[in-house]
Design a protein around this ligand. Structure first.
Ligand code: AMP
Ligand code: MG
Length: 517
């Protein structure tokens, strides 16, 4: 079968061994095209950008991929800017559809993403994808570009989420070009290189399920076979593999939602095309971390109804899984006569989420055992935070210093207590917390250590990203690189970084992030 490789690959410099670029998704697209006349995407090169330069790189990730320390040479700069390919690469934009803000949006697809291929790595096969490398057949009215601002945000947050231990697509690099890009104002172009075992979204399944075009249901089956063979091989022997896949995605998504809630992460655009079939955080756009705790916080300025507010995220995860289930229905013949098994799998979501969430809240409070009343204790702490608009990250971090040696001791617990305007309400809660800690003979130093390993000191607050972006827009990338280093270890206190762990400045409230990127 011919593999559409680039005409003039860059060669001579370092590159991952050529045969490894054979991309299994591209190969399955060629097969679906040959057998069904339905490709899974389109092969095309990136649109070149002038005067590329590195903004930031994750050399850690490169090392995890097994690449040498000097991987980032001039050719790599061209490859990761979309200006050329290494031998054996066959860049491809994939097609998907999706529900956006609750409504069917029809065909979307990689409008500005290009799958460069796949490499074998010590972590297993990894796909490498550019974001912002130019127009594709799926760009609709878009220009195929990503601006420097949003590319820096995606790079930093991908790596920050990884540092927090939350499943995510990774970011290997950001490169910038002075080429102008029109958004609300004129900005400049950048390209982010993303790395993941797969970039397949719920929307890929929805596309082939709902297009109504001939042979698309066979393509849907081919997609399912691909995903199971390469990403969920343990499900291959299941009597109903599509149902088994749904079950697995339900569990992963429920756990991911609990991970997000626990660090105060708001995704901002939880459309079904932004939901990973592997349960990874994907497509960082108008995301945000909670500052003052407001459960109804909306991080995306374009989300006027608050559909994707912090508090709504878990139920939106469920909504999106229902859309996935609907797309998988044609692959579950048994469901036509009796859909109960599918409904049961979907209903499992709530239980898995609640258990995962409660476990994370207990961990955040430093509790080792599970006792009746723990949930109320956690929820009441969150209520106190909400009532006092207390900073989410700082409150949990300071709670690690809670002193159990005496009765509730206002002076010793001042760092956390003083965060609350209503001190009496905090003291009343603290009495319960103290009793609860004593009931499991909690040792202060050990608990503090544990809590500091689950409650981050540093998160990518908007104002931190914004400061780095403003400097980068003036040509100075050092703050992006500093934040990247800092956020790789979000639980560990780092010298000279007190301000990064502090309250957001007043001006942070005026930052608006929207779908414009
Ligand atoms: P998002 O809201 O970023 O998840 O994007 C939704 C859809 O719009 C996806 O199909 C993207 O590929 C596409 N898209 C977003 N921005 C652009 C752009 N500047 N050029 C082309 N396509 C875009
Ligand atoms: Mg998207």
């Amino acid at each position: 079968m011919p593999f559409p490789v680039s005409d003039a690959p860059l060669d001579g410099g370092w590159h991952p061994p050529a045969p490894n670029w054979l991309n299994r998704y591209a190969a399955s697209s060629l097969r679906a095209e040959a057998e069904l006349g339905v490709p899974l995407g389109t092969f095309l090169p990136g649109e070149p950008l002038a005067a590329l330069q590195w903004v930031a790189r994750s050399d850690d990730l490169a090392a995890e991929l097994g690449w040498p320390a000097d991987w980032a040479d001039d050719q790599a700069l061209q490859v990761f800017g979309g200006n050329g390919t290494w031998p054996g690469m066959a860049p491809m934009a994939t097609v998907y559809s999706g529900h956006q803000f609750g409504a069917w949006a029809g065909q979307l697809g990689d409008g500005r993403a290009l799958l460069l291929g796949e490499v074998d790595t010590p972590l297993g096969p990894r796909e490498i994808q550019l974001k912002g490398a130019g127009q594709t057949p799926y760009s609709r009215r878009g220009d195929g570009r990503a601006v420097l601002r949003s590319s820096i945000r995606e790079f930093l947050c991908s790596e920050a989420m990884h540092g927090l231990g939350i499943p995510t697509t990774r970011a290997l690099a950001v490169v910038a070009s002075p080429q102008p890009v029109r958004r609300e104002t004129i900005e400049t172009a950048a390209v982010v290189t993303r790395v993941a075992p797969s970039f397949i979204r719920f929307g890929h399944f929805e596309h082939f399920a709902h297009s109504g075009r001939p042979r698309h249901h066979e393509a849907l089956q081919a997609l399912l076979d691909f995903v199971i063979t390469h990403h969920f091989p343990h499900l291959a022997e299941q009597p109903q593999p599509a149902l088994a896949l749904l079950d697995e995605v339900v569990r992963r998504t429920a756990n991911l939602m609990a991970d997000w809630q626990a660090v105060g992460f708001c995704h901002g655009v939880m459309n079904t095309d932004n939901m990973s079939i592997l349960g990874l955080t994907i497509d960082y756009g108008p995301f945000g971390f909670l500052d003052a705790f407001d459960p109804d916080h909306i991080c995306n300025h374009s989300d006027t109804q608050g559909r994707y507010s912090w508090n709504n995220q878990p139920q939106i995860g469920h909504w999106n899984l229902r859309a996935l289930a609907q797309a998988l229905l044609p692959l579950i013949p048994e469901a036509e006569a009796d859909p109960r098994a599918v409904i049961e799998v979907l209903e499992r979501y709530e239980q898995v989420f609640i258990e995962a969430m409660n476990k994370r809240w207990r961990t955040k409070l430093g509790l080792l055992s599970e006792q009746p009343g723990d949930n109320a204790l956690c929820i009441d702490f969150l209520r106190l935070l909400a009532a006092g608009k207390v900073d989410f990250t700082i409150a949990f971090r300071r709670l690690a210093g809670f002193d159990t040696s005496a009765a509730v001791d206002a002076a010793r617990n001042a760092p956390v207590r003083d965060l609350f305007l209503d001190r009496k309400a905090f003291d009343a809660w603290a009495v319960r917390y103290l009793e609860r800690l004593r009931a499991e003979s909690s040792v202060d130093t050990e608990r503090a250590d544990r809590m500091n390993r689950s409650n981050p000191l540093y998160v990518l607050r908007n104002h931190l990203a914004e400061t780095a972006i403003r400097q980068a827009q003036r040509g100075d990338f050092s703050e992006v690189q500093r934040l990247h280093r800092l956020l790789r270890q979000p639980f560990t206190e780092q010298a000279g970084c007190d301000a990064d762990a502090g309250f957001p400045p007043e001006w942070a409230q005026s930052i608006e992030v929207s779908c414009s990127s």
